[in-house]
Design a protein around this ligand. Structure first.
Ligand code: GDP
Ligand code: MG
Length: 597
């Protein structure tokens, strides 16, 4: 296809504003999929997405469209992930297209993810077409939302298209706007191949499938290509496009979006943002901005049953094959035995992987406290990246610590603003901006990532009854007075419960943790002291009193079934516990103890 008849775009939206529904409508309206094959949420229901769960990064579909001017166009839609954990992937897929549809639910208005995603689109120099969705609903208020788009985002919304992705109203206008308003891609057919690796995933039949955007040159079946980040060479055995099912083609030219397969075994070998060129006489200028995915949140994963360690290793290795952004290394804990220290892009990513190990591989896990990467500056000038509080070096050798910070953007209805400010303040936040748009406030905070990774989002949802939206970006490292707090149960340090805390909050945090643990750890036949300590100094203490000799004594007399039930219940509880010295600590203690209310 000649460049003038190609349009490449993505759809940016806050979750639930109708991105998938709109994509389905565009596909349906253009007859890309026969009506009888049309399923709800076509893009979402593709097998690859189901298989990949929430880690799905981008789905693509190529649509043929004959415009009102009689010309035939090829429209390539790249569907980007909506979650903050995958900001880098979003930024890469944005670079693969020239324009965006900005979908805003006209009954709701602009939300935090709308902003985060549209800023990515603006960064990528996109032409942006605002689309006001859900106009079929009585609560729809297009004027107000258009005004809000202008006020908050600063783009012209006078020509915003009014759409109901549900009824199909405005879909034709949307297709025309894509053709008329979005720029055609540019590229040089005669130059060496230069393609961006937009995404990749594993397919059981075809091996790794690599989604590419061709910038210059031609990608052909049968050629040898080089991945520039690591210099690896691959023989291209298939080239194709998604409609949305795979369709093989002989070649892809400048401006086109499609896929290749090349007998690549591991997704790990394909890096999002990488440049693909010819094996010989290729380009020597890689596309700018490539960086390998960097895990930011770390935690330990240990099997509840230590006999399942090898199964866990197997599960983790399999999952890692298909997820280049997930890292792991073996870890031994005095308390938990053998396990793995794993790195994730964010908390959602952590939860997805943990759930998959538990569900798909049927291994019960103990997850230790999530931690960010601290920079520990030693007195001798060395800098150590600390991924695990348990590895904190001897304080006498440490000069100072730095922690990662984020810029958080929160949109919230006025009435909850006070609670949100308090929450951010409690988490050591520094207010950077506060503006109003309609009845809502937009607050921008500089926060330590550590204070956010744990339960910040849950707390935010609960204090705002779900009305706040939230998004963040990493900004860099800053020094602060951070210390390692250890927890001792029955005088034994439980390394898996160690956390890094701010010195000023250590005592409060320590007290809260000891109280929580007192509730979470079942009583034993003996008294159990629970202590929080910094260095050798105990800063908080609780005592779990001893159990009366016979647990069944409270069943008064001879009700045998009740007695058995109680014993069974104890046994079931046991399964999920681990022994620390002489004390059984239940699995949920490792996470719950850290939640701050
Ligand atoms: P996404 O999270 O942005 O992909 O949003 P979805 O496309 O999954 O839509 C979220 C919800 O809004 C679904 O229940 C859709 O059926 C509904 N929805 C999407 N577009 C419209 C619309 O134009 N009108 C109405 N009434 N509902 C819509
Ligand atoms: Mg969706």
């Amino acid at each position: 296809t000649d460049l003038a008849h190609i349009r490449n775009f993505s759809i940016v939206a806050h979750i639930d504003h109708g991105k998938s529904t709109l994509a389905d409508r565009l596909i349906q309206e253009t007859g890309t999929v026969q009506d009888r094959d049309m399923k709800e949420q076509l893009l979402d229901s593709m097998d690859i997405e189901r298989e990949r769960g929430i880690t799905i990064k981008a789905n693509t579909v190529r649509i043929d469209y004959t415009a009102d001017n009689g010309e035939k166009y090829v429209l390539n839609l790249i569907d980007t992930p909506g979650h903050v954990d995958f900001a880098y992937e979003v930024s890469r897929s944005m670079r693969a297209v020239e324009g965006s549809l900005l979908v805003v639910d006209s009954t709701q208005g602009v939300e935090a993810q709308t902003l985060a995603n549209v800023y990515q689109a603006i960064d990528a120099d996109h032409e942006i077409v605002p689309v006001l969705n859900k106009i079929d609903l009585p609560a729809s208020d297009c004027d107000r939302v258009a005004e809000q788009i202008e006020d908050v985002i600063g783009i012209d919304a006078t020509d915003a298209i009014q759409v109901s992705a549900k009824t199909g109203q405005g879909i034709h206008e949307t297709l025309e706007a894509i053709v008329q308003k979005l720029p055609a891609p540019q590229g040089n057919l005669d130059a060496p191949l230069k393609a961006m690796l937009v995404d990749s995933w594993y397919d059981a039949y075809l091996g790794v499938i690599v989604l590419v955007r061709i910038m210059d040159g031609t990608l052909k079946k049968g050629m040898r290509v080089k991945f520039m980040s690591n210099g690896t060479l691959h023989h291209v055995d298939r080239v194709g496009v998604f409609r949305p099912a795979m369709q093989m083609v002989d070649s892809l030219g400048p401006g086109e979006i499609g896929f290749l397969t090349a007998s690549i075994k591991q997704v790990r070998d394909t890096r999002v943002g990488d440049t693909i060129t010819n094996d010989r006489n290729g380009t020597d200028k890689a596309l700018p901005g490539f960086k390998p995915a960097q895990p930011v949140v770390f935690c330990g994963l240990f099997p509840v049953d230590s006999a399942e360690f090898e199964d866990l290793r197997d599960a983790i290795e399999k999952l890692a094959l298909n997820d280049a952004s997930f890292s792991y290394e073996m870890e031994t804990s005095a308390a938990l035995g053998f396990g793995f220290r794993c790195g994730f892009l964010g908390l959602l990513h952590l939860e997805v992987i943990r759930d998959r190990i538990e569900r798909e591989y049927d291994i019960e896990l103990i997850t230790t406290a999530p931690s960010v990467i601290y920079h520990v500056f030693m007195k001798d000038g060395e800098m150590i990246e600390l991924h695990n509080p348990a590895d904190m070096p001897d304080l006498s050798k440490v000069d100072h610590l730095e922690e990662p910070r984020i810029k958080a953007t929160i949109l919230v209805p006025d009435e909850y603003l006070g609670d949100v400010l308090k929450l951010c303040q409690d988490r050591r936040g520094i207010q950077m901006d506060l503006t109003y748009a309609g009845q809502r406030a937009m607050v921008v905070y500089d926060l330590p990532l550590n204070e956010v990774v744990f339960d910040f989002y849950d707390r935010l949802k609960s204090v705002t009854k779900g009305y706040a939206s939230f998004d963040y970006q990493m900004t860099g490292y800053r020094e602060d007075a951070l210390v390692k707090m250890s927890i001792l149960v029955n005088d034994e340090p439980v390394d898996a419960l160690s956390t890094m805390v701010h010195r000023d909050r250590a005592e409060m945090r320590g007290r809260a943790m000891c109280e929580k643990l007192k509730d979470l750890i079942p009583r034993h036949m003996f008294k159990i002291p629970i202590q929080a300590a910094i260095g050798g100094k105990v800063i908080a203490r609780e005592t779990l009193s001893a159990l009366r000799k016979d647990v069944t004594a409270k069943c008064y007399g001879g009700d045998a079934t009740r007695k058995r039930k109680l014993l069974d219940k104890q046994k079931a509880g046991k399964k999920k516990m681990r022994q620390f010295g002489k004390v059984d600590i239940p699995q949920e203690a490792f996470i719950s103890a850290l939640k701050m209310d």
